[in-house]
Design a protein around this ligand. Sequence first.
Ligand code: CMC
Length: 427
Amino acid sequence: MSKQTLTITDNRTGQTIELPIEHDTIPAIGLRQLKAQADDFGMMVYDPGYTNTASCKSRVTFVDGDRGILRYRGYPIEQLAEESTFLEVAYLLLFGELPAATELTDWNARVMAETQIDRSLKDLLKTFGADAHPMGVLISAVAAMSALYPDSKQVHDSENRMRQVLRILGQLPTAIASAYRHRLGRPHIDPDDTLSYSDNFLHMMGLSGDGEVDPVLARAMDVLFILHADHEQNCSTSALRNIASSDADPYCAVAGAVGALYGPLHGGANEAVLRMLAEIGDTKNIPAFLDRVKGREVRLMGFGHRVYKNYDPRAQIVKRIAYEVFDVTGSNRLIDIAVELEGAALEDDYFVSRRLYPNVDFYSGIIYQAMGFPVEIFPVLFALGRAPGWLAQWMELMNDEEQRIARPRQIYLGETERPYVSLNERG
Ligand code: CMC
């Protein structure tokens, strides 16, 4: 076998170093040996946006962006979306294996037993006005749980960690639904632990009307949650790992992750897509809109991805579910604009040359809207689906002895030392 090392020569000094290669990476700290002067700090890598930096070793989710592959714990997303339930996938992400039948029954019961929220959390949610964005409210709700559950500070106790995981999975849907109902001026609906996770969520949102939730819609919700459940070291997961690396409790870490997800370049994209489609308004306006995108006036929301340079496999599934949902709800008129916009973009050299394809957010909002969700709540649905992934990544981090507090370096380009100028001497 060839030698698994990388030899680097520093042409400033002629110094040569040899670094070990493991999993196609080199240890960045090894570069510090390279110094132009003996008292230099040493060489670092510069990587804004971490485009080529592995921050951890993970066994949770695999993404091959060139081939459009996504697997959780080795299982293809297509099969999980076809065969599994959301809580089953949550178990898989957290524990590494699919549960046996009795384990699954027990797991479902344990999560559903945690769905009641504390009175003080309910009261807090009532303090927000009708124009409060649901993502801001969700961040506040999760952060409030840190104050409500001080035992969560014991992050090095694995039993304690699991208690918090169950609380987060169980209580998030209830807090979201309660806040949503308050926003509409309607009363809180208590969770029903005899229902499935997604059924119960739609029930608490009040989207079932007076009757039961349509099973097609409950299944669509469940599959959408599965598709969002994890996506390795994305912006929000990295934010969560950064926060948790200081041994902060998981509520603070998840609240931070929700904050990162809120942005329109990440989980806020589903909301932005809907607003974009509504603004386009008619298929005849698509060419003019694409001209604006190419003129860099606006972005085509729901297109492009840091990792996928191929069709996002989640987007294919979401597109299929859209039509299943429309059979129940009636079509969303925006679907025609979305389909034609996608087709036009995929034939346009601007998008082809940059390998920009629809991502998970391109079609999901159209489904959420058809199901009766208001547009501002779309990113919250992304967050709810992503919760098991965040928690699985947190558990992995807490068990990873190679991890340390996250603390990147910088290239300092500011002023060198200069004397202080007193106020009356400043121009
Ligand atoms: N519309 C128009 N141009 C785009 C788009 C887009 N949606 N995405 C990328 N580009 C262009 C970009 O301008 C750049 O062109 P050039 O090389 O000429 O300057 C090139 O493609 C590479 O883009 P980038 O911004 O360097 O790529 P990135 O990896 O830093 O950003 C992204 C990835 C997802 C932030 C970006 O594609 C984007 O803004 N997409 C729209 C927002 C969106 O749909 N986000 C959801 C992502 S999937 C769900 C999730 O996990 O968050």
